[in-house]
Design a protein around this ligand. Sequence first.
Ligand code: AMP
Ligand code: MN
Length: 271
Amino acid sequence: MVSDGTLTPEELAERASANGVQIWALTDHDEVSGQARAATAAKAHGMGYLTGTEISVSFAGQTVHIVGLGFDPENAALRQGLRQTRGGRGQRAMEMSEQLARVGIRGAYEGALKFVGNPELISRTHFARFLVESGVCRETNEVFRKFLTEGKPGYVPHRWASLRDAVTWITGAGGMAVIAHPARYKFSPNEEFALFSEFKAHGGLGVEVVTGSHSAAEYLTYADTAREFGLAASRGSDFHSPNESHTELGTLPPLPQNLVPVWDTLASRIQ
Ligand code: AMP
Ligand code: MN
């Protein structure tokens, strides 16, 4: 509710617990204001809790997401960094709306705003919900095939945080930085190698191996990458909403063998 999911932290905790999740992290985009409620709700259900966020980063011409886990959510430099990262979203949303108007879709900014819980965090997901609601597309996956992505109407490139800043904000607040859903990026092998090398050099320690955005084959590919780069392995649903997410909370398969799970490295930070 504080970024682009549709459920409250309490509803998510209940759902995660009902599905057998033992250690949970709420990872809103560029925002930590849901953390206290999520930690309290996790405790009420007897689940372990790790603080979480997912920072938008620009790297080699693409947007990469860096998950932070187990940090102090009150850390001033992290909060200031996230605020700065959120800052460009309003202007970008208006430019997205102008582009959509040029292909005959009017009122997209106002339409997307109706779905926004946190005015600083208007995202493509909110535009996708508007395009489904207004009947332009049948579902959000269709939206991202036809609109809002590179080369399609409504795509506005934006400069997010740098990789170095995102990793430094997270580690400076005592947390672990994790590369989110690496298979989703369209990097060449050289660019991907640069991403992992620079991430490690800045102090990044983990990679998402099992996620709702990866296929079973990709679990194995990134298990190898985790071993090759000496990174801890994470497992996350990327669950946004019961109607839009193909992966339900707590239903992903376990991590492949011979990996160090992020929750082992972060054991002392589990609340
Ligand atoms: P933004 O941070 O505004 O660029 O929006 C990012 C969000 O858009 C992600 O968290 C996803 O929920 C959604 N998204 C981006 N690309 C896709 C895609 N190809 N399919 C489905 N959802 C997507
Ligand atoms: Mn993501």
